[in-house]
Design a protein around this ligand. Structure first.
Ligand SMILES: [Zn+2]
Length: 65
């Protein structure tokens, strides 16, 4: 399955895979849920993944000089 937070699909930092499975399939997915990377077996929580999100490119108010 894919894990989305907002409009972003979470990727494994270790292997860049986007496919996960919940470690507890009977529980509803939340930020506290642990998910298992199908690529490498890493087990971050969804909250961990959210923390790894790159800062969204905000249109910076860039006052040039
Ligand atoms: Zn992985």
């Amino acid at each position: 399955m894919k894990v989305r937070i907002g409009t972003l699909v979470m990727r494994c930092l270790a292997c860049q895979a986007e496919e996960w499975r919940p470690s507890d399939a009977s529980a509803p997915l939340s930020l506290l849920s642990e998910v298992i990377c199908l690529g490498c077996g890493a087990r971050p929580s969804c909250g961990d993944l959210a923390l790894q999100l790159p800062l969204v490119d905000e249109p910076a108010a860039d006052a040039a000089e």
